[in-house]
Write a protein that binds this ligand. Structure first.
Ligand SMILES: [Zn+2]
Length: 97
């Protein structure tokens, strides 16, 4: 499995980050600093979906998640709902004090 290794030459600390094995996140409401924008397949309007406001439920990292988006017209009526596929991963780095 691909593992990214970070080493600190001063402290000789090391971390290994598995960037491929699916990692299930056991969190019912996970908010992330990720904003998705996509074109509505019906009306063509740009739809914004902020994952700091709309949570993911029990997502998996190092895997592809289907994220549902909703488009509303100017009268706040639902135009349609559609989804995009997003691959979530994470990074970790050593910080030298
Ligand atoms: Zn639309």
């Amino acid at each position: 499995m691909p593992v990214v290794i970070h080493k600190d030459p001063v402290t000789e600390a090391q971390i290994e980050v598995d960037t491929q094995t699916v990692h299930n996140v056991d969190v019912k409401r996970l908010y992330l600093p990720v904003v998705i924008t996509a074109k509505c397949p019906v009306c063509g309007k740009q739809v914004k979906h902020d994952l700091k406001e709309h949570y993911l439920s029990y997502p998996a990292f190092n895997a592809t998640e289907t994220v549902g988006l909703m488009c509303f017209n100017d009268d706040d009526d639902e135009c349609c709902s559609f989804s995009v596929n997003v691959a979530f991963g994470f990074t970790a780095t050593l910080v030298t004090p």
